[in-house]
Design a protein around this ligand. Structure first.
Ligand SMILES: Cc1cc2nc3c(=O)[nH]c(=O)nc-3n(C[C@H](O)[C@H](O)[C@H](O)COP(=O)(O)O)c2cc1C
Length: 209
């Protein structure tokens, strides 16, 4: 029985050989680790709901991996249930590399990063593409009112396994909105000090006559 869902999937024969070469294969043998991460919990759901981007890798039939950035309003990647994700595939550069790759091989790898908190989540899944009207209500579920982009199709991902990465080497980065929220108290303080300064100058001018 699988003991470490994500690594069991990722550990091909060559990966196992590399682990043996580095003398770490014993770390990953059954019984050493127990990470049955095959269903999202509230923890992953909350993390995914905050993300405004992720990277998704697919594989072509020639063996080339292909990774693409996906972005949208926070939470545009929807957790449909504990093993299903979905998102709207917006009209873009019309290369359709991910779409084509998925027709040949439905496996995808996602990485989602929370830069301010220095956390990252890796996901392995099987992806299918659906027409936007394939299922009643699904387009509404993956659409965010007010976001200007045209969905061409819906990608639905069936979770195979996920894994959390450590925070090592993640440099905290902040979005414009996060920076704006953080500096708002400073702006208010500055405005108050400027007003106070103006009032003091006026009093000084009056005192000087
Ligand atoms: C007008 C427009 C131009 C784009 N140009 C590029 C581009 O040159 N390179 C790129 O990687 N993505 C570009 N994008 C974003 C991609 O089209 C988008 O990420 C899409 O999902 C890529 O799908 P694919 O890489 O699976 O083919 C563009 C998007 C738009 C709307």
């Amino acid at each position: 029985m699988s003991r470490y869902s994500f690594l069991d999937l990722a550990s091909s024969a060559s990966v196992k050989s590399a682990q043996a070469e580095m003398g770490v294969d014993h770390l990953w043998t059954p019984g050493q680790v127990d990470r049955q991460m095959e269903a999202f919990t509230e923890n992953e759901e909350a993390f995914i709901a905050e993300r405004d981007s992720f990277y998704m890798a697919s594989v072509s039939e020639t063996g080339w991996p292909y990774v693409q950035h996906r972005g949208g309003p926070p939470g545009f990647l929807k957790v449909i249930d504990e093993t299903t994700l979905a998102f709207a595939d917006f009209r873009g550069n019309r290369q359709y590399i991910s779409v084509g790759n998925l027709d040949a091989n439905d496996r995808v790898a996602l990485i989602l990063v929370d830069y301010p908190r220095r956390a990252r989540l890796k996901i392995l899944a099987h992806a299918e593409r659906l027409a936007i009207d394939a299922e009643p209500g699904l387009l509404e579920r993956v659409s965010d009112p007010g976001y200007r982009a045209r969905p061409e199709r819906i990608f639905r991902l069936k979770l195979a396994a996920f894994d959390w990465n450590c925070p090592q080497h993640i440099v905290p980065r902040f979005t414009e909105a996060e920076v704006s929220r953080a500096v708002q108290p400073l702006r208010e303080k500055l405005e108050a000090l400027e007003a106070e300064n103006r009032a003091l100058r006026e009093r000084l001018d009056q005192a000087r006559g």
